[in-house]
Design a protein around this ligand. Structure first.
Ligand code: ADP
Ligand code: MG
Length: 697
């Protein structure tokens, strides 16, 4: 039996380890830096580096790395060993304060969206002391941010940290208005629920589409899908269970609070939810979780698919981003309070979120946009591409009472007044039912459900933090100058509800009528990544990020470029993979197979002139038609891909991929899947959907 409490965090240079291993003064100085976000004194860094190195070597580490999150969406690391030559051909193990604080990786091969001129290829990494160092595969990993020499952010984390500072600044102003002066810092917290698929490695290895793109580009439906709902929360199969046990242990060693695991809706689909933590740590941990899931799967001869839509016809995978705001005094600010005053504060924060989601719908949609996630959002299995908020009936009624100066319930003597009336306790059950909402209040936090399973959570949380920071700024500006705080507060909340209630929708987000209703309300319906990205550089968005010092206009433009480029590249790889599979495997296999059938038929007729060859004849006929159609599909896709080469404008190129290329791909798939349906299983060159989805036992 594993002793969980013993292994938990055993590979992390966490608070416990720091306290035990650092001189008291150093420990205190480091704590200060971590709490306040102030710069670390170089002399402190030297002592910390030494202690870290000794600890890491005891745990078997030989190398260190600055671990960072470039705009590729995955993590990057370059290992350096601790060794340093000494006289007599010997080495000693060294790690300096400078090496801890700063690194200089060659940045030229990471996407920069034009930020990093080619003559200045170096970037630098700087220690993020708020996230603990850890050991992975014998390497001491130092969580870092990654910037260009000019100081522009080249990674996901810098913006996320800046957005946390922004919301901290503004939330403190608001809390002060409510007399909360003991609070020194406010942080957002996140618990990301991670969905994934597990498939057998031997089968995966035979599918070029899975290998190159992470999703199946062809594949006829299996006789069974998810229609019986017999997978969700079902008994976990032994191989999967062994994987989960192993995964939990690896995550626990890294101090990741893996908590819940279960089977998801689609066959072969599963979920892992951690206990929430501070946002930047949750982001680091989620990156690690995705990496470890893939590594542990291999040990079990499985492959973990993190793609948003690995299989057509069954649900794809997302990542529910549970988000809240809490104080260093341990108060969750999205928890309705006990007293009228606490309630008033809660309602103001709630209004900030409502206003933020309404005014920055486009940015929230953009923050989750990717070629992979486009297959999910709006496919009636995940939230629609329209951003809206679910508050539940209880809370909605309260807001309505405030807006319309009505009584909230019969027991109340007069109309709902903020700061006077207490809110009722919301039973959690009534708030957590709507699974179709992209952004749902779940009692004491919001669940943003549009994130794709493979994406870093940094981008979505950067947008969320910054947008809410902006609303809090506006609220603080207004209320700080108010003569009568309570009246102004009431008016502000009332006005905000009236102006932004269009974003609140408690109905069924999968229903077609919602699309029309949303249009009437003037909400965005940004169906694809190129559609969404077209709004990224809108003036209000540029202003939002620059005014809160989260991203300069140049940094934002660079991100825009990187996102468009990534979209084009992903679709291009998918198209090329389809061509390769069709040309090299599928068409030759089907041509040979139909010829074989024809030959069989001839042989039968030679033996018995009137032999019934209807199966062979019809199949050959249908296959020939499909082979012809597939061949034309290949030619068209190829020609259209060639035509994209002449498009120089990136947005135009993304549009071409979205319309022409994806259309061609869909057409080609139809004829190929048609062939798979009628051809012999033996003749088909790849493992089928049935093999992949039901193959792990
Ligand atoms: P369920 O959705 O299964 O009812 P919970 O709602 O309790 O479970 O939790 C779902 C996720 O939300 C978990 O990852 C949990 O840690 C996270 N969560 C709970 N409270 C908060 C909070 N205050 N801030 C951020 N995430 C939270
Ligand atoms: Mg939940």
């Amino acid at each position: 039996m594993t002793n969980v409490t013993e292994i938990f965090g055993s590979l992390v240079f966490d608070d416990r380890t720091m306290e035990a291993r650092l001189p008291k003064e150093t420990y205190k100085a480091l704590q200060n830096t971590m709490k306040s976000g102030k710069h670390l004194d170089p002399s402190v860094a030297t002592v910390v580096a030494n202690a870290m190195k000794d600890w890491a070597i005891e745990k078997g580490a030989t190398h260190f790395t600055h671990w960072f999150q470039p705009m590729t969406g995955i993590t990057a690391e370059k290992h350096d060993s601790f060794i340093s030559p000494k006289a007599g051909g010997k080495v000693i193990m060294e790690f300096s304060g400078k090496e801890l604080i700063q690194g200089e990786p060659d940045a030229s091969s990471f996407p920069s969206g034009g930020l990093r001129a080619t003559f200045e290829a170096r970037g630098y990494t700087a220690w993020d002391a708020t996230s603990y160092a850890f050991i992975k595969d014998g390497v001491l990993c130092i969580p870092t941010v990654f910037c260009s020499y000019g100081g522009e952010a080249l990674d996901q984390k810098t913006a996320l940290l800046r957005s946390m500072e922004a919301i901290n600044r503004q939330a403190l102003r608001v809390l002060k208005l409510f007399g909360n002066t003991a609070v020194q810092s406010v942080k957002t917290t996140v618990g990301p629920e991670q969905e994934y698929f597990l498939v057998d490695k031997a089968m995966y290895d035979q599918r070029k589409d899975l290998i190159y793109t992470g999703r199946t580009l062809f594949g006829a439906r299996a006789p069974k899908g998810q229609e019986l709902d017999d997978h969700y929360f079902g008994a976990i199969k032994p191989r999967v269970s062994a994987f989960m046990k192993d995964l939990n242990e690896e995550l626990w060693k890294l101090g990741i609070l893996a908590k819940t695991e279960h089977n998801e809706v689609a066959p072969a689909q599963h979920e892992m939810a951690p206990i929430f933590s501070t946002t930047n740590i949750a982001a680091d941990h989620n990156q690690l979780t995705m990496e470890i899931m893939q590594k542990v799967a291999k040990r079990h001869d499985l492959v973990c698919l993190l793609h948003e839509k690995p299989f057509a016809g069954v649900n794809g995978s997302g990542k529910h981003n549970n988000w809240s705001i809490s104080t260093d005094t341990g108060v969750n600010l999205l928890e309705p309070g006990e007293t009228p005053y606490e309630n008033a504060q809660f309602l103001l924060l709630l209004c900030a979120v409502i206003k933020a989601v309404d005014e920055y719908q486009d940015l929230l949609r953009i923050s989750v946009a990717s070629a992979g996630n486009d297959h999910r959002l709006g496919a009636n299995e995940a939230p629609p591409a329209i951003v809206s908020m679910f508050l539940g009936s209880d809370l909605s009624e309260i807001l309505e009472a405030i807006e319309e100066d009505k009584k909230y319930d019969a027991k109340q003597k007069d109309v709902m007044r903020i700061g006077v009336h207490t809110l009722p306790r919301f039973p959690k059950d009534t708030t957590d039912r709507n699974r179709t909402s992209p952004f749902a209040f779940t009692g004491n936090k919001f669940e943003f459900r549009m994130l794709g399973s493979s994406a870093s959570i940094s981008c979505a949380n950067t947008v969320l933090n910054t947008a809410v920071a902006e609303e809090l700024r506006q609220f603080a500006d207004e209320l700080e100058g108010a003569a009568d705080f309570e009246t102004s507060l009431h008016d502000l909340i009332k006005r905000t509800i009236a102006e932004h209630k269009r974003i609140i929708f408690n109905g069924d987000g999968y229903d077609d009528s919602w699309v029309k209703e949303a249009e009437k309300r003037g909400l965005y319906n940004l169906k694809s990544t190129p559609d969404a990205l077209a709004h990224m550089m809108d003036e209000k968005n540029v202003t939002l990020f620059s005014s809160h010092n989260v991203l300069t206009p140049t940094e934002l433009a660079a991100r825009h470029e990187v996102r468009l480029e990534n979209y084009c590249k992903v679709v291009n790889i998918e198209a090329l993979t389809m061509l390769d599979m069709a040309r090299k495997d599928i068409l030759p296999a089907m041509s040979a197979y139909s010829a074989q059938l024809a030959e069989d038929c001839e042989k039968k007729v030679a033996l018995y002139e009137d032999a019934d060859c209807s199966y062979e004849r019809e199949t050959v006929k249908n296959l020939c038609a499909l082979i012809g159609a597939a061949h034309r599909g290949v030619r068209k896709l190829e020609a259209d891909l060639l035509a994209t080469k002449s498009i120089t404008d990136m947005a135009e190129l993304a549009d071409a991929y979205k319309t022409t290329i994806l259309d061609d791909m869909r057409t080609l798939r139809i004829s190929v899947d048609g062939m798979e349906t009628i051809a012999s299983a033996k003749a088909w060159p790849y493992p089928t959907y049935g093999d992949l989805l039901f193959g792990v036992r």
